[in-house]
Design a protein around this ligand. Structure first.
Ligand code: HEM
Ligand code: HEM
Length: 194
């Protein structure tokens, strides 16, 4: 079934979820490969950066589609649990949506190079857009160098700490539900088996 049911996430929601999860992994591998294993100004260094940017922008597109799709769907019923646990799960999902939006946005706003999207076409860098001139130069009266400091801080510090802690917590919770509580939380997002 393409759409969600009371029991399961549908094929579209599942595909968007797992594709995004895989792209997160690639975004992390690309950026840390660049930082730890490549020499600045080499083609490997540039390719790894462009892969990070391309994947990050793709995540932004997918999250927009996902929010639209969510609004057209019901959410599967939560598994039995205390009110607090259900509230915790809701808050966790909301926090994941916040990072799904904040990471690509801060990444894009704070990057001083254009994205060569999977080496297929170019996405102009933010400082080359009319929005930058209108909002940052005109509105805030800041240069790109001044503007990128706080934005990069959020992207890099957030990416290096909060984001992966949240994701590991989320994946850990899913596995806890599956193996310890033995409920359908993970099944709803995978096989849908009853
Ligand atoms: C969900 C999407 C994204 C995630 C999870 C993510 C995560 C990260 C992480 C973990 C770092 C390294 C932080 C550190 O230095 O310890 C980083 C760096 C960076 N990100 Fe992202 N990012 C995403 C999207 C983007 C996008 C869309 C762009 C730009 C179009 C971007 C541009 C950059 C740049 C330029 C760096 C610095 C690279 C370096 O210093 O080697 N990111 N990002
Ligand atoms: C191995 C990694 C992952 C596992 C095992 C996993 C597992 C799950 C499961 C079982 C659900 C359904 C939970 C429920 O309905 O109560 C879910 C939902 C969700 N997951 Fe993950 N997930 C993983 C990675 C990620 C990543 C990387 C993100 C995004 C950064 C993410 C974001 C979400 C969101 C926002 C939901 C709420 C449902 C929706 O709107 O799609 N997950 N995940």
């Amino acid at each position: 079934m393409l759409k969600n049911s009371a029991l399961n996430y549908g094929t579209v929601a599942r595909t968007l979820h797992w594709l995004t999860a895989a792209l997160f992994l690639v975004a992390y591998i690309a950026v840390y490969y660049r930082q730890w294993f490549t020499v600045p100004k080499t083609s490997q260094n540039w390719t790894a950066l462009q892969l990070h940017l391309s994947v990050g922008i793709s995540i932004a597109v997918l999250v927009v589609l996902r929010i639209i799709w969510n609004r057209m769907n019901i959410q599967p019923h939560p598994e039995p649990g205390t009110r607090l646990a259900q509230l915790g799960a809701k808050a966790g999902h909301l926090a994941l949506y916040v990072i799904l939006i904040a990471m690509p946005v801060t990444g894009y706003l704070g990057t001083g190079v254009a994205t060569d999207w999977f080496f297929l076409f170019e996405v102009p860098k933010f400082s080359d857009t009319w929005l930058f001139e209108a909002l940052v130069q005109g509105g805030l009266g800041m240069s790109f160098e001044e503007f990128e400091v706080p934005v990069d801080f959020i992207h890099k510090q957030g990416g290096a700490t909060i984001v992966w802690i949240l994701i590991l917590g989320h994946a850990g919770a899913a596995l806890y539900h599956h193996y310890v509580l033995q409920d359908r939380t993970l099944v709803k997002m995978t096989t849908g088996r009853e």
